[in-house]
Design a protein around this ligand. Sequence first.
Ligand code: AMP
Ligand code: GLY
Length: 427
Amino acid sequence: MKVMLIGSGGREHCIAWKVMQNPEVKELYCVPGNGGMSSLGICYTLNTLQDMVQFAKEKEISLTLIGPEAPLAKGVVDLFKTEGLAIVGPNQNAARLESSKVYAKEFMKKYKIPTAQFEVFNRFDSVISYLKSGLNFPLVIKADGLAAGKGVFIVEDEEEARDVVVDLMVGKIFGDAGNQIIIEECLEGEEATIMFLFDGKSYCVLPSSQDHKRIGDSDVGPNTGGMGAYSPAPLITDQILKKIEISIIHPFIEGIQQEKLDYRGVVYLGLMITHHSEVHVLEFNVRLGDPETQVVLPRLKNDWLDLNMALYRSSLSEVKLEVDTQNLLGVVLTSRGYPGNYEIGKKINGLEDFPNEPQGKVLVFHAGTQRRDNQILTAGGRVLNVCAFGDTLKNAAYNAYLAVGKIGFENIYYRKDIGYRAFRREE
Ligand code: AMP
Ligand code: GLY
């Protein structure tokens, strides 16, 4: 069997690692891949969706898997299906649940999925008069379209709100993504992630997880793509999970079916759990999360390719998920300066101690790395994910930071407190 995997981050290295545990897989093509993926498969750079279709035909790819949202939003699934090629993911129309926040919010409103109260604007003057209407701050302002995770602003007063609206709608800092904006209620509580597999009819909930979005310890400083994660998230008790299924997943599925959306793939729920244990959806993603995947997939005992085949064939109802009860915690190592400017091309030392055995207690997934002359060099802001298992989350964190200490590159930076919220719950 030949598999193609689109993407180049830590999430994709983890997917590749899991896919290669299936003995049926003879060849894995990573497009474009990274330094870590280059030891599992063959890395290719293909620039357009058409090139990917052509490549899949030439190489007789049995199944294509997608990591990031951009190809889904551009319609890669539609194109592959038209050409009779097997691929897993939502089509372009369904991918609007991530690519348009306005669409997602209206979907949630229509199907009574709990989310923050919101208003949608597509005219600058109407937002400005709304801001003058005696609102309670803080509020959250969101650009409608994809903005690489940077299109959300929490504003404390009218002046700050006005500046953000000017940047989005007049300065067009995210281009057309800011043509429409949402202003919504700022929810308080703790965030968590639930991802589930959905084949159009049945669903299977993956283990819970929690990300750390801010650059600095104790959650200070700018947002990043994610600085670390762990699974399970103790915040998600069985009772809360039941609530998520009843008040979010069931109406979500009803909505997909009513709207006749073509969705077979992973659904990511970015959740806010309030202090009264109410659950709200902050966002949908139409793909696996990064860095959540790196702590969720290794806990799954099921074969990842079999699960994707079940998604493709709509036979998920026959699947039973089996999950390792151990905790898994991952620390993201970044280049200093990230999420702003940073240098690349630094030699990474210490990786030889971590061969990523299928049953390994420590797993190192590459994100922004590049292989050159048998060396692994930094090639991005987020460089590596160092993940370790433990009987408790604290123990997993201890093991992960022990491994982090053995890896080095010039100007390395990482958070020292991954898991801190969960430790309080473990005590
Ligand atoms: P999103 O891309 O919509 O998930 O937003 C990114 C981040 O902004 C979330 O992970 C939250 O930290 C924060 N956020 C988004 N919406 C809200 C909200 N309504 N209330 C509080 N924080 C929010
Ligand atoms: N960890 C957040 C995301 O993947 O969007």
